[in-house]
Structure formats: structure tokens, C-alpha cells
Write a protein that binds this ligand. Structure first.
Ligand SMILES: [Mg+2]
Length: 127
């Protein structure tokens, strides 16, 4: 299956602890040619972000096994005001969207996430 989007040479850090979700993102983005870095928890996300210079976008789950996604968001924004961060969550809890934007997220989406929503959201946040 082709895609109307071409993310060749774009590196996307995907922070997601649920394996079925990670596999969905991989499959959904395969045709875009994006390079994906998949990590399963907040600490690894922070470590990978700090040691990489070529990440173009962060796709961040709020519900992680070690610390919550807001901590990852805060950490990234301390050193990088510009990188696009898309927050996604399985549950629309009161205040999560507002808090995400306050902490510097560029976009916020909730599950279920379709291939179309995923590709369009990433395209509109990659500059
Ligand atoms: Mg999760």
C-alpha cells in the first residue's frame, strides 16, 4: 500500500509501551519511508532523545510504565523548544489535553488512531 505522504529522511521517535500499538504505528508508517525509533518507556525515551541529534518529531504516549509522558515532554522542552511533539493517549482524561499544550506539545490525539489520522497528524507537524 502506498501513501500520499513521503517522510523519507525524517526520523520519528515513537514512545509507546504497548506492543500492538507499536506494531500498528510501524505498519501504518511503512509506506511513508520514515525512519522510526521505537522505545517502550520514559527513561529510554529521554536517554535516546538526549543522545540523538537527528530526531525530527516525537510521538509520545502519555501512559508509560515508568514515569508519565508529561515528564518526557517537560524534559524535551527544557532543551528543545522547536522539535514537534505529538501526544497521544488511550484515554481522554480531564485536563490531559490542556496540560499537554501547556507543557509544549504541538498536537494531541486520542485512540483509536487510524492510519489516515496518524499520517496526517505527523505530516502536519513535520516542517
Ligand atoms: Mg501506554
Amino acid at each position: 500500500m502506498g501513501s500520499e505522504f513521503d517522510f523519507t529522511n525524517k526520523v520519528i521517535l515513537i514512545v509507546e509501551d504497548i506492543d500492538t500499538s507499536s506494531r500498528f504505528y510501524k505498519a501504518a508508517l511503512k509506506a511513508t519511508n520514515a525512519k522510526l525509533i521505537l522505545v517502550e518507556n520514559g527513561q529510554t525515551a529521554v536517554d535516546v532523545f538526549d543522545s540523538s541529534r537527528n530526531i525530527d518529531l516525537v510521538f509520545l504516549d502519555l501512559n508509560l510504565p515508568d514515569f508519565d509522558g508529561f515528564e518526557v515532554l517537560k524534559h524535551i522542552r527544557k532543551t528543545n523548544k522547536d522539535i514537534p511533539i505529538v501526544v497521544q493517549t488511550a484515554y481522554m482524561l480531564s485536563g490531559e489535553e490542556e496540560t499537554s499544550y501547556e507543557l509544549g506539545a504541538n498536537d494531541f490525539i486520542t485512540k483509536p488512531i487510524t492510519i489516515e489520522i496518524l499520517q496526517k497528524t505527523i505530516a502536519s507537524n513535520l516542517s
